[in-house]
Design a protein around this ligand. Structure first.
Ligand SMILES: O=C(O)CCC(=O)C(=O)O
Length: 284
């Protein structure tokens, strides 16, 4: 399996915190992933169970979240469909993550799907960065965002604040407990003020189906809704990964994961154990 990452992608990822790898996934992968997403969406929308067909270790159960009129997020569907598991094992996904982050090895962590149809502002993804609620620390915990439809400027493209990956702090998130503040976290409002400031270096990321973006865990990002009158839906499948510098470091502001947060094998300061997070790609 060849890896489509070039030195220009690595340089851009390091400097700006996001890069696009064009044509990373074949039309066959786009079709298989889309079909799997549609199966999971239909089951979750109908309240049907999604029994696992494989194992990815302790994760929160698959879930569906509506975001405005025409926006849907699916979470944690990885174990529910063979197409997702095959994609982790057989596609260039893990190699792309390893090549771009410089990790010696990578492990899969979690997945989410963002479906948008219509111009309701609530379907936009609000500005945030992913590390705010992560129970791990390390530079190598990116998100691999895969376009499964063409995502042009009118079709709810992803936006990033270039260079925010260089921040030396995290932000307190509206998704975390509001009654706690910890050293190393800045108020959420500061993140919003930065992206609204005149001259903020906001990049827009159009993509063709099969292209991917690698997003650094501290990169501040968002998406637009579709432009009014735009037809068809916008689908992006995003996965979180753990590289060789990542260690378990939950704090009072991190997300808790059923069966994982209190698992005896998860030790503070130690890498994720192979039994729960198998290595899926190694350098060389
Ligand atoms: O695709 C989107 O709308 C947003 C994706 C995103 O924010 C994420 O994966 O963290």
């Amino acid at each position: 399996m060849s890896c489509p990452v070039e030195p220009r992608h690595i340089a851009q990822y390091r400097a700006e915190g996001c890069t696009r790898v064009e044509g990373a996934f074949s039309p066959q992968w786009v079709e298989r992933l889309t079909a799997a997403i549609d199966r999971c969406h239909a089951a979750l929308a109908a309240g049907r169970p999604l029994p696992p067909v494989g194992t990815v270790g302790p994760r929160n159960p698959p879930s569906l979240h509506r975001t405005g009129a025409g926006g849907v997020q699916l979470r944690n569907c990885m174990a529910a469909d063979r197409a997702f598991l095959d994609w982790i094992a057989e596609s260039p996904a893990a190699a792309i993550v390893g090549a771009l982050t410089g990790a010696a090895h990578v492990r899969f962590w979690m997945d989410a799907t963002f479906i948008k149809q219509g111009s309701d502002p609530e379907t936009a993804t609000p500005w945030h960065n992913d590390v705010c609620t992560f129970p791990f620390t390390g530079e190598q915990q990116p998100s691999l965002w895969v376009a499964l439809t063409d995502v042009d400027e009118e079709n709810a493209p992803l936006l990033t604040l270039a260079g925010s990956n260089q921040d030396a702090w995290r932000y307190h998130s509206p998704l975390s407990r509001q009654d706690i503040s910890l050293p190393g976290y800045r108020p959420w409002q500061e993140l919003l003020d930065r992206v609204a400031a005149p001259g903020a270096d906001i990049r827009v990321w159009p993509a063709h189906a099969g292209d991917c973006l690698l997003i650094h865990p501290r990169t501040i990002h968002a998406s637009r809704p579709q432009a009014p009158g735009r037809r068809g839906r916008r689908v992006a499948f995003t996965t979180r990964w753990l590289g060789s510098d990542v260690v378990w470091a939950p704090d009072a502001l991190s997300v808790t994961v059923a069966g994982l947060s209190d698992h005896p094998a998860m030790r503070a300061g130690a890498p994720p154990p192979d039994a729960l997070f198998p290595i899926v790609w190694q350098r060389g």
